[in-house]
Design a protein around this ligand. Structure first.
Ligand SMILES: Nc1ncnc2c1ncn2[C@@H]1O[C@H](COP(=O)(O)OP(=O)(O)O)[C@@H](O)[C@H]1O
Ligand SMILES: [Mg+2]
Length: 156
């Protein structure tokens, strides 16, 4: 088991500083010499845009594609789709396609394991993984993200 800490930045409201916190916490950790992966788990893609991706909708590989591959039991290449930012962080980007996967996951038996399965494929390469969540306490956050981790990791 790696020492990687997984932190979800979550709140039911929009505009309260989740994305700003994710970017600044990530940048601060990089300054301390840590290797940091930021995961954009908001279909609005604000984290992705704020890290310099001007047109997230044109990305071929995003968190949505990866979650879809996991649901379909396809093999994941470690590190696939991760971008390196100018500030020395790593980013798993998102765009509006994540809204579609949210709906598809509702009928999946092990839906709460999908994001955790992804994190498990990359966690040994990072000191911190920060997940920037969408503004909701709905099923996507509580079930797909938090429940998937709660029994396995420390939640901060
Ligand atoms: N600590 C802060 N003080 C003042 N403004 C802030 C602070 N944190 C974030 N903001 C501003 O608030 C707005 C929403 O922040 P954002 O991080 O996008 O929120 P969220 O991800 O929760 O929707 C942005 O315009 C951001 O610049
Ligand atoms: Mg945000």
């Amino acid at each position: 088991m790696s020492d990687c800490k997984v932190i979800a930045i979550t709140n039911q409201k929009g505009g309260v500083g989740k994305t700003t916190t994710t970017v600044n916490l990530g940048a601060g950790l990089v300054r301390q010499g840590k290797k940091v992966l930021l995961v954009d788990a908001d279909p609005q893609g604000s984290l992705t845009v704020s890290l310099g991706i001007k047109k997230p909708d044109e990305l071929n590989s995003t968190l949505a594609n990866i979650m879809q591959s996991i649901v379909e039991d396809k093999e994941l290449l470690s590190g696939f789709g991760i971008l390196r930012t100018e500030d020395g962080m790593y980013l798993m980007p998102s765009n509006i396609e994540l809204s579609g996967i949210k709906i598809r996951l509702v009928n999946e038996m092990s839906r709460e394991r999908v994001l955790k399965t992804y994190v498990d494929t990359v966690r040994d390469k990072y000191d911190y993984i920060l997940i920037d969540c969408m503004p909701s306490l709905g099923i996507f956050i509580t079930d797909f993200i938090l429940n998937g981790f709660i029994t396995h990791y420390n939640i901060y």
